[in-house]
Design a protein around this ligand. Structure first.
Ligand code: ASP
Length: 330
C-alpha cells in the first residue's frame, strides 16, 4: 500500500487519539503563519552540518529554481553520499569492525512523512532508499537485509562501498584495535541538512556511515527520526552530528524543535539541546555533538560541545560557513 493511502486510511484513528493539550498547541501555532507571511522574503534557505559547500550549493540550486525543500535536501545530501573522499557518509564510508560498510539515513517532509534505512549495505545512496521507504511503503524504517532487498526491488544497483582508502584504514585499525575518535576530525562528518523553500515549507535529511569500526549492527542517531533529525513544518527543523548514542538519549532533534515551539530561537534551542546532553554526562565530555536548527521565520542556529563544529548555509544573503558557538572554549 502506498504511504499516503495508508496514512489516509488511518487518519480517523489518529485524530481521535490526539489529546486536548496537543490539539490546543496545534491551533495556537497556526497563528504563526501570519508572522511567516510577513518575513518569507528571506526564503529559501539550505543549511547543513559541517562545511559541505557542494551539498548546500546543490540544495540551493534546487530551491532557487523553484524546487521544494524535500527535493533540495535529498539532492543536496546525495552529493556527499557520492563523494568517495568523504569517509563518513555513503559510498567510501569507513566500515564496521568486521570490514562491512553499513549506512544509515533518514528523511522527513513538511507533512511529517518520514522514511529511514538502518545498517544498509551495498547501496550507494541510502537517502534515496529512505525516501522510497517514505513514499512507497506504509513503514518508516527498514533495516539491514530487508532494506537492501527493498532497494533492489526499487531498482537500486548493488555497489561495493569499501574504497581502498577505507579498507586500508580498517586494516591499520585492526593492528591495534585501539581506535579512538579525534574530536572534530574523525567520525563526525555526518551530513544533516535542513531546507525551507520559497513557500516556507521545511524538510530535512540526514545520512552517515556511522562511527568508524563500530560493532556490527550498531546504529546511532542519524537515521532515527526525533534523534538525528526532526521537522515540524509549523515550527522548524533540527539535525545532529556527533556521538549518536548521546543524541538518542535526549531525543536531541525533537527536543530542539519543541524548545523552538516554546519560543526559543534556533540558536537558543541548540544551546539548550547541548546543555541537556552535558548535564547527563556529569563532566565527562570527551566527545563531540553539534546541532543545527531552522525555524519558520528562516532564522538559523548551531551549537556544539567542543570548538570546531561549523555549518554551511546558503540563502539570498550568500553562501556562508558559520562557525558554531561551543560550550567548551578552546
Ligand atoms: N551521528 C553519527 C552516528 O552516531 C556519527 C557522526 O555524526 O559523526 O552514527
Amino acid at each position: 500500500m502506498k504511504r499516503r493511502k495508508f496514512l489516509k486510511n488511518s487518519g480517523t484513528v489518529t485524530a481521535g487519539m490526539l489529546s486536548a493539550p496537543l490539539l490546543a498547541s496545534y491551533s495556537e501555532n497556526k497563528n504563526q503563519n501570519d508572522t511567516v507571511d510577513k518575513i518569507k522574503t528571506s526564503y529559501p534557505i539550505a543549511l547543513c552540518t559541517w562545511d559541505f559547500g557542494n551539498a548546500t550549493a546543490k540544495a540551493w540550486e534546487v530551491l532557487n529554481a523553484g524546487g521544494n525543500s524535500l527535493d533540495a535536501v535529498h539532492e543536496g545530501v546525495m552529493i556527499e553520499e557520492n563523494n568517495l573522499n568523504n569517509q563518513t557518509v555513503g559510498n567510501g564510508g569507513r566500515p564496521d569492525r568486521d570490514g562491512n560498510v553499513t549506512l544509515d539515513a533518514c528523511i522527513m517532509d513538511k507533512d511529517a512523512n518520514c522514511g529511514a534505512v538502518l545498517a544498509l549495505q551495498n547501496i550507494a545512496n541510502p537517502i534515496s532508499v529512505a525516501r522510497k521507504v517514505m513514499e512507497e511503503t506504509p513503514h518508516v524504517m527498514l533495516v539491514g537485509k530487508g532494506a537492501e532487498q527493498f532497494a533492489y526491488e526499487q531498482g537500486f544497483k548493488k555497489t561495493n562501498l569499501l574504497t581502498e582508502k577505507s579498507k586500508k584504514d580498517w586494516e591499520d585499525w585492526k593492528v591495534t584495535s585501539k581506535y579512538k575518535p579525534i574530536i572534530n576530525i574523525e567520525n563526525h562528518d555526518t551530513i544533516g541538512m535542513l531546507a525551507i523553500d520559497a513557500k516556507g515549507d521545511i524538510a530535512g535529511a540526514c545520512t552517515t556511515s556511522g562511527m568508524a569500526f563500530k560493532m556490527a549492527g550498531r546504529v546511532g542517531d542519524s537515521p532515527i527520526i526525533g534523534a538525528g533529525l526532526f521537522v515540524d513544518n509549523e515550527i522548524g527543523g533540527a539535525t545532529a552530528t556527533g556521538v549518536g548514542e548521546e543524541v538518542v538519549r535526549t531525543v536531541g532533534s525533537f527536543l530542539i524543535v519543541e524548545l523552538m515551539r516554546q519560543g526559543k530561537s534556533p540558536q537558543e534551542a541548540c544551546e539548550e539541546g547541548v546543555r541537556r546532553i552535558i548535564e547527563k554526562n556529569k563532566g565527562k565530555l570527551d566527545f563531540q555533538i553539534g546541532f543545527i536548527a531552522i525555524n519558520k521565520k528562516g532564522e538559523t542556529g548551531g551549537y556544539c560541545i567542543h570548538p570546531g563544529f561549523s555549518y554551511r548555509s546558503f540563502s539570498k544573503e550568500g553562501h556562508v560557513n558559520n562557525l558554531a558557538g561551543s560550550y567548551l572554549k578552546s
